[in-house]
Ligand binder design. Structure first.
Ligand SMILES: Cc1cc2nc3c(=O)[nH]c(=O)nc-3n(C[C@H](O)[C@H](O)[C@H](O)COP(=O)(O)OP(=O)(O)OC[C@H]3O[C@@H](n4cnc5c(N)ncnc54)[C@H](O)[C@@H]3O)c2cc1C
Length: 487
């Protein structure tokens, strides 16, 4: 077996030393943040700081026939960002904002930038300006996501009438398998534009992204507790009344008849630009940890406290962009274990299921029956809406769906993992029975039949990847799993 030093020498990687994580003979292991279930050994970890360093790394790997994997903030949970034995490129040093066109609301930044820095930059640049620009959407539940990672999963937020992130991307710069720079937009290399967004890093490395911003708005939060069988109708009413964002966070108490059937319905309505902003209550890290600890140990109280908190914020005002920022502790799993005195190693795995909106109530009734035994407790769950994505090559939003998100507590034993995998597959089956689908980002537990039904483009996506990258320069364990599945 090659030692790391020999590997580096054999691969000619010494030329990349300034941004190579050289740790002598030590093994390099990487893992995802949220589930901590994708521990992967890579051969080298590169942290390029510029577009040229990124391109140089690809050219060198291409010359030496080495596989490359690319990671952002490591929040995906199916092994999309790591490939065993690969050169893993950590993009988080690519953080500069390159330009901000205040006339057109276009902002260009390097792909390793995370949302808070991007937002800070344009807020600073627009201080004192009356009509400001802001992001349309980002993920909820955490902020430490890179732009590159967000494009590659084609993410969404809690917009009530928004398509996934592709709809906010003006253009990006890709480094292809030969290390060449390829500009991508709807008019320039449109096929690559459509395939790399939502393409999980398999078409090339995204080095820069230009986002189309939207007018920043002041919003008022309107909160109610409603039943899930009326959620679809209530969402439609909110949209008709001009509300822009919203979600429905359902009861997680499997012992209650309200489990998944009652929830906190919070929507955000634009208000006048000159309306005063009220002082706002926000959940800080400690509040968030307390709520999570309760959700692990007493889900009835956790939901009650959550609902009380939200109801107490009814009428508060927020900015449309900063309101999408949220507390998240990357080491939550360990901290919670210590806080509640649990011996079991555990973490949360997320899944996101899509169903036609009129089927939401019915889906939640069946999902409640499925999850009620509590073998895999629901720690958090919410419903949002998505508009049909008619652009990306591998679209997850094939229709205008209701999106149901479950955070399931998973014990890190073979039995615990299997219980979660079974629950995820069963939830996907409930979606399929209703013409729905699921998100590829969170795990790779789906069977081939489920993948094919929910993502009918998948085999064509793998073929297209081969067209652009015949030598499989860009890889991940996620890709290897599906390459074998569809072989
Ligand atoms: C707590 C939590 C909340 C979440 N909430 C949401 C949500 O509300 N909505 C939603 O849509 N998703 C959500 N997600 C999923 C998340 O948006 C995706 O996993 C996203 O891809 C993570 O970005 P990242 O920077 O961590 O990328 P990583 O997980 O590191 O990578 C994700 C993918 O992007 C690729 N990639 C990264 N950088 C580049 C690059 N420069 N060029 C090419 N490919 C690249 C990787 O290879 C990989 O395939 C959530 C995840 C967690 C853990």
């Amino acid at each position: 077996m090659l030692t790391r030093r020999k590997f580096i020498r054999a691969a000619g990687l010494l030329a990349l030393a300034p941004y190579l994580d050289v740790r002598g003979e030590r093994e390099i292991w990487v893992n995802d943040i949220h589930s901590q279930l994708n521990r992967t050994r890579v051969s080298a970890l590169l942290t390029p700081r510029t577009h040229d360093e990124l391109a140089q790394a690809v050219r060198r790997a291409s010359r030496d026939r080495l596989p490359i994997s690319v990671s952002g903030c490591r929040h995906s949970m199916g092994g999309q960002q790591f490939a065993t034995g690969s050169l893993c490129i950590d993009s988080r040093q690519l953080t500069r904002v390159l330009s901000f066109d205040r006339e057109r609301g276009l902002i260009e930044a390097e792909a390793g930038i995370q949302w808070p820095k991007l937002i800070d930059h344009y807020l600073e640049a627009q201080q004192g300006v009356t009509h400001q620009w802001g992001i349309a959407q980002k993920q909820t539940g955490a902020d430490t996501f890179t732009l590159g990672g967000s494009l590659s999963s084609n993410v969404h937020g809690r917009g009530l009438a928004m398509k996934p992130l592709i709809s906010n991307v003006e253009s990006f710069t890709l480094i292809n398998a030969e290390g060449k720079t390829v500009p991508c937009s709807r008019s320039n290399n449109p096929e690559l534009f459509r395939a790399a967004i939502g393409g999980y890093g398999l078409l090339g490395l995204i080095s820069r992204v230009t986002l189309q911003l939207v007018p920043r708005r002041k919003l008022r939060r309107v909160v109610e507790v409603i039943r899930s069988d009326e959620a679809t109708k209530r969402f439609a009413e909110r949209i008709a009344a001009g509300f822009l964002y919203g979600d429905f966070q359902f009861s997680i108490d499997e012992k209650s008849p309200d489990f998944l059937k009652v929830g906190v319905f919070s929507c955000y309505q634009p208000i006048a630009d000159d309306a005063p902003m009220s002082a706002t209550k926000r959940l800080n890290d400690d509040d968030w940890l307390d709520l999570m600890a309760l959700a692990y140990t007493d889900r009835a109280r956790a939901f009650q406290r959550y609902a009380d908190y939200y109801l107490s914020t009814n009428g508060q005002t927020y900015w449309s962009d900063t309101n999408q920022l949220s507390a998240y502790l990357p080491n939550y799993a360990q901290t919670l274990r210590e806080k509640i005195g649990s011996k079991n190693e555990s973490s949360l795995i997320i899944t996101e299921i899509y169903v036609p909106r009129e089927m939401l109530g019915d889906f939640l009734v069946e999902a409640a029956e499925l999850l009620r035994p509590g073998r895999v407790p629901v720690i958090y769950g919410t419903v949002r809406l998505i508009e049909k994505d008619d652009e990306s090559f591998l679209p997850w939003a094939r229709e205008s769906y209701a999106c149901i998100i479950f955070n399931l507590l998973t014990i890190h034993t073979p039995a615990g993992m299997e219980a979660s995998a079974q629950a995820f597959r069963a939830l996907i089956d409930l979606a399929i029975a209703r013409g729905g689908s699921y998100y590829l980002t969170y795990h790779r537990f789906a069977t081939r039949e489920q993948v094919t039904k929910c993502h009918p483009q998948f085999a064509r996506f793998l073929a297209l990847k081969k067209n652009y990258d015949p030598e499989d320069r860009f890889q991940s364990d996620w890709y290897r799993h599906y390459r074998a599945m569809f072989a």
